[in-house]
Design a protein around this ligand. Structure first.
Ligand SMILES: NC(=O)c1ccc[n+]([C@@H]2O[C@H](COP(=O)([O-])OP(=O)(O)OC[C@H]3O[C@@H](n4cnc5c(N)ncnc54)[C@H](OP(=O)(O)O)[C@@H]3O)[C@@H](O)[C@H]2O)c1
Length: 312
């Protein structure tokens, strides 16, 4: 099958078109003929070789977690799907595999695509949508009437979080730069451009802070949390992961580390919202499969508002 792969860690130049063996479904797996994928930062971090022990050194590696397509084979014990089903979901982001014509992955990582949802829109949802949903609901414990600061609201995860927080009934403050009009359109009550002005209005306190920018760590953010507030760290290191859990035993304000889990129920929740127009992935650009390198280059240059997808 056709794929894009790399044989060593590095920049975008290590990614090349290749021919790889067709995947065979293992126990609990299905094979999906991929029709669309979307790019996440984690793809680029894995390729760069900076993820330490989280990523093995076996090559070739195929990037990409998010995907949508059609089931073409069902392995032993893979429940819930048959050949011909339209599905979307995510491969293990540390392993990748979506930038190929076909992929074998656990059936548990997939969900049927609801009627009315196009594969490219479905492929834009998984990792960024799950990270936003689980940050707000499972780690932030956000409730109606509470206030949330989304620091880094104009990236793909932040834009999903703005919409999901608004749907929860929270008051949303969004910090970002050029995508703030989009954040406002998608539901932010207050937008703050980090490039200029006085920053956040004085005196504001939040129930939940999401540090999607990576520039608002707990040491800085805790002063802006309400007494029982929670700050979510989306890219924790292993020491931070352990340290925050231990520290939380001794403080009211909590520092929560995110490791987004690919769960069918959460994929379904995102897809159902997207199918009714209640959640917008805001597709920034769509590339054909042969232009995979250009798609990654666009994301790596920065300044993209929304998700970049690669189809067929
Ligand atoms: N743990 C998990 O399972 C998981 C899963 C998915 C994502 N993540 C993490 O979630 C985070 C967000 O992902 P993403 O794809 O949305 O990232 P992204 O595209 O890099 O977005 C980063 C955001 O931070 C903003 N920003 C940059 N510099 C800033 C500054 N100095 N002050 C305030 N805001 C600033 C950017 O604004 P502008 O672009 O407008 O300048 C943008 O809104 C990343 O750390 C990612 O690794 C974690």
């Amino acid at each position: 099958m056709k794929a894009f792969s790399y044989d060593r860690f590095g920049g975008g130049d290590v990614l090349h078109a290749s021919e790889l063996p067709d995947p065979v479904p293992g126990k609990g797996e299905v094979v999906v003929a991929v029709q669309a994928r979307s790019i996440n930062l984690i793809d680029i971090r894995v390729r760069s070789g900076t993820m330490g022990l989280l990523v093995n050194k076996r090559f070739p590696k195929v990037p990409g977690a998010d995907l949508a397509g059609e089931v073409i084979a069902v392995g032993p014990g893979a429940e819930g799907f048959k050949v011909g089903d339209r599905v979307f979901g995510a491969a293990d982001p540390f392993k990748g595999g979506a930038f190929a014509e076909r992929i074998a992955l656990s059936a548990l990582n997939l969900c049927p695509i609801p009627d009315g949802l196009a594969p490219d829109v479905a492929a834009a949802l998984p990792i960024a949508g799950l990270a936003a949903l689980q940050s707000l609901r499972d780690l932030g414990l956000l409730k109606a009437g509470q206030s949330v600061l989304i620091h880094g609201a104009t990236g793909p995860v932040g834009l999903f979080a703005v919409q999901l927080a608004k749907r929860t009934g929270a008051e949303v403050t969004a910090v970002g730069s050029s995508g703030l009009d989009t954040a406002r359109r998608l539901g932010a009550d207050r937008v703050v451009d980090y490039r200029n002005g006085p920053g956040l209005p004085k005196g504001l306190r939040f129930d939940v802070i999401l540090n999607f920018s990576g520039k608002f760590p707990f040491a800085l953010g805790r002063a802006l949390l309400k007494p029982d507030g929670r700050l979510v760290e989306p890219s924790p290191t292993i020491p931070l992961f352990i340290g925050s859990k231990l520290g939380n035993l001794f403080r009211r304000k909590k520092h929560m580390a995110l490791a987004a889990a690919v769960r069918r129920a959460d994929l379904k929740l995102l897809a159902d919202l997207a199918a009714t127009g209640a959640l917008e992935p805001d597709l920034a650009a769509s590339f054909p499969f042969d232009a995979t390198r250009e798609a990654y280059a666009m994301v790596e240059r920065g300044g993209v508002i929304g998700k970049v997808v690669v189809t067929s």
